[in-house]
Design a protein around this ligand. Structure first.
Ligand SMILES: [Zn+2]
Length: 352
């Protein structure tokens, strides 16, 4: 088996700028001068150098939702929009796309709306390569099996990152919001893009019917998810429309994570900061009117290891170009008997 590893590494490279190169034609989640740029999802560290790719690659491949969100969130500069529209190629989950003997599939994954994993079959070389992108290990994440190479993220690749409460945090968040509405009639929720939408959907699933007030960029993205892709959100308004809701008994405001530091602690609202950080408990009281809630889009340490165990690939490549604990995860996977390397190679320990 070991002598196969150098052969596999001819087809997988990760550049320090976050570009994941697969086969001869494909670059994922970063830029390189190759024909096909694939985007797994719209988080900032996966749309790196998108404008270079729009100029220099032949096609920009992603799910329809991701392509629409890139436009709605204004991640594509308006002067590049016409080229983007020509070069974009939406792929459905599990739809096959063949480009010069390299067969591409986007597969479902639980992360943020539109997110995908990428599977590439190099037909001439008979090598199968999968890249998870970012993921949570739930029913919605399809495990890629029979791979020669699995490329995996390492955000929480440290054994101190375990969420014992990951099954229950959604219902706890819903209870906290309901309690806040009962007490103050106003609840402010602060989060990054992607997580905002996830929280909006989760709260509706738990029966919350109160109106949502969102910033206009978030409004546009939400409208696309709701109207084009049948996400169940409903009853949401732009922040400029808040006066229309004068008589309502309760309102949930969604705001960008960075504006949490400007929150007003005047006893007229409950504030909830959604953090990706893993806390010892699902909630942490920050002051009399503010809670931090650990709602992550990423799997914890056990999820990362379990994905590898279930997928059982011949070689594991850990993405060390993004935030995380690639080296520590590698040590644990090697201990479990997996041939594992970190790319790009670098000396010393990982930084967060
Ligand atoms: Zn992400």
């Amino acid at each position: 088996m070991c002598q196969l590893i150098p052969r596999y590494l001819e087809y997988v490279k990760i550049l320090p700028n976050g570009a994941i190169l697969v086969g001869k034609n494909i670059v994922i989640d970063g830029h390189a001068k190759r024909p096909l740029r694939i985007i797994t999802h719209v988080h900032a560290d996966h749309i790196i150098d998108l404008e270079d790719s729009i100029r220099e690659c032949k096609e920009i491949i992603a799910t329809k939702i991701t392509l629409d969100l890139l436009e709605a969130l204004q991640y594509v500069n308006s002067n590049l929009l016409p080229i983007f529209k020509v070069k974009k190629r939406p792929l459905d989950y599990c739809e096959r796309y063949l480009y010069e003997n390299e067969e591409i599939y986007l597969l479902p994954v639980d992360h943020i709306p539109g997110a995908a994993q990428v599977r590439v079959e190099l037909k001439s070389e008979k090598v199968s390569i999968g890249y998870t992108g970012d993921f949570k290990l739930t029913q919605k994440t399809e495990i890629m099996r029979d791979l020669d190479v699995l490329i995996i993220e390492a955000t929480y690749g440290h054994p101190s990152y375990r969420r014992s409460y990951k099954e229950s945090v959604n219902s706890l968040l819903a209870d906290l919001v309901k309690e806040g509405l009962k007490r103050y009639k106003r609840v402010y929720i602060y989060a990054y893009h992607g997580k905002i939408q996830e929280a909006m959907i989760v709260l509706r699933e738990y029966g919350l019917t109160e109106p949502y007030i969102v910033p206009s960029r978030v409004y546009n993205a939400t409208k696309i998810l709701e109207e084009k892709y049948q996400f169940n959100i409903g009853n949401y308004y732009k922040d400029t429309e808040v006066l229309k809701l004068k008589n309502t008994e309760g309102i949930v405001f969604f705001k960008h994570f960075n504006s949490a530091k400007h929150r007003r602690l005047d006893g007229k609202a409950l504030h909830i900061v959604l953090t990706g950080r893993i806390l010892a408990e699902p909630f942490k009281k920050l002051d009399d009117y503010t809670y931090a809630v650990s709602l992550s889009d990423h799997g914890d340490f056990d999820d990362l290891v379990n994905y590898v165990v279930y997928a059982n690939p011949k070689l594991v490549v850990i993405d060390g170009s993004r935030r995380g604990y690639a080296e520590i995860l590698r040590e644990h996977l090697v201990e479990k008997g997996f041939y594992t390397i970190v790319l790009p190679e670098r000396k010393g320990e990982e930084h967060r």
